[in-house]
Design a protein around this ligand. Structure first.
Ligand SMILES: [Zn+2]
Length: 59
């Protein structure tokens, strides 16, 4: 029997642009923190902020 606990969890970060509301999902990086500025929106050229950090099991 395999336990669900044995599935490795990968942390992801969602960056959201405050202007166009575009969300970008990327792998969590050390130092990521909710609501801090992240990378620049490619469309608006303004900094996005981190809206969500979550763990997801990989199959
Ligand atoms: Zn944008």
């Amino acid at each position: 029997m395999f336990s669900k606990k044995e599935k490795p969890l990968v942390a992801f970060t969602i960056e959201k642009c405050p202007s166009c509301k575009k969300e970008t999902k990327r792998k969590f990086q050390e130092g990521d923190c909710l609501f801090v500025h992240a990378s620049e929106c490619t469309t608006c050229k303004i900094p996005t902020s981190i809206s969500k950090i979550f763990g997801q099991a990989i199959e």
